[in-house]
Design a protein around this ligand. Structure first.
Ligand code: DAH
Length: 344
């Protein structure tokens, strides 16, 4: 009997059921009415009085061990079941996963496109690697113009005969491509990335984004230009935004102007963003120079047009009060997350 007890004790100690059914088998085998313990007690009755003294104690301890083991296993199984039930509780709300958001420059580009679409402008694109003709010559840049200097332009290939190849310095090159490849009227905006050989700082970057605009038809006047841009600004910054045009110079427009808007942040009262002037410059514009029309095969006696170009970063900075251009390309999620709600 002693040997049998030793054997059963080690069986109980190492027993580990994986289900309530298995545990029930254990209970029946050891603690059931026809189980091992019952048998052992029956056998106990048959041993001598002397043996009973020793065995009685051992047998009772064994019974206690089996009962306690059963109890703890039962509790453990029940707790485990509760846990695994919770894992698959289909009534709980889903955990959800984080979605990305649009980049602020994409949001503003999209907004600009939407506004001009309402005026019948469509969207065109051109290559970022350009030849001298499309980036400079066709746009009436004199050969010695400072914008052609190595300082501003990232050249890919210098070739005096065939013309240099460079990263475009502005989206005005797309105007040329559009006019060369089609017939007037043209009414389009051309968003895209441009490159300039500038030292990177809070206020300058070696690449940024522009939106070019072009409208060429018979009888297009400076008044059309002003009204178009006025409408754009009311839509973008809200009604009541003031505009002013200052005379300026661009090789590809004559006359040329720069347009300022009343500061959308301080409403003209003066703040850091507008350098306490109440005004901020947002774009360059003008009537397309007849030389440019002719360079692109368009009869400048019959057609006139206006063009404009604006920096998307500039407009985004004003809209969201962003003061460092580097934030746009550093991919810092703390910055990007702030635009997350505007997903569409
Ligand atoms: N291309 C000019 C720049 O990058 C911006 C510009 C000015 C574009 C006047 C135009 C324009 O179309 O008419 O600074």
């Amino acid at each position: 009997m002693q040997t049998k007890l030793g054997h059963y004790t080690s069986e109980i100690n190492s027993y580990s059921p994986s289900s309530a059914d298995e545990l029930e088998q254990f209970r029946i085998r050891f603690l059931g009415t026809k189980g091992i313990i019952k048998d052992l007690f029956d056998e106990f009755k048959t041993v001598s009085a002397e043996e009973k003294r020793v065995l009685g104690k051992v047998l009772n301890e064994f019974k206690k061990l089996a009962e306690e083991k059963y109890q703890t296993l039962k509790e453990r199984l029940e707790a485990g079941e509760q846990k695994s039930e919770a894992k698959v509780d289909l009534t709980l709300p889903g955990e959800g996963f984080e979605t990305g958001g649009r980049h602020p420059l994409s949001l503003v580009r999209k907004e600009i496109i939407e506004i001009f679409k309402k005026l019948g402008f469509n969207v065109a694109e051109g290559p970022e690697i350009e030849d001298d003709w499309h980036n400079f010559s066709a746009l009436n840049f004199p050969q010695e113009h400072p914008a052609r200097d190595m300082q501003d332009t990232f050249f890919i290939k210098k070739d005096a005969e065939a013309g240099d190849i460079a990263l475009r310095t502005h989206t005005s090159s797309v105007q040329v491509r559009m006019m060369e490849n089609g017939k007037p009227p043209f009414r389009a905006i051309m968003p895209g990335r441009v490159y300039r050989n500038e030292a990177i700082s809070a206020r300058a970057h070696c690449f940024f984004h522009q939106v070019e605009g072009l409208y060429v038809d018979e009888g297009v006047s400076f008044a059309d230009l002003k009204q178009t841009l006025y409408y754009f600004v009311q839509e973008l910054y809200g009604e009541g935004t003031k505009v002013r045009f200052r005379p300026s110079y661009f090789p590809f427009t004559e006359p040329s102007a720069e347009m300022d808007v009343s500061c959308s942040i301080c409403k003209g009262a003066g703040c850091q963003m507008c350098k306490y002037s109440g005004w901020v410059e947002i774009l360059g514009c003008g009537m397309v120079d007849p030389n440019v029309l002719e360079n692109c095969g368009i009869d400048s006696k019959k057609y006139t047009g206006f063009a404009f170009g604006m920096g998307i970063e500039r407009i985004t900075n004003l809209k969201y009060e962003i003061r460092d251009l580097r934030l746009f390309s550093e991919n810092d999620v703390r910055f990007l997350k702030q635009f997350k709600t505007e997903l569409i």
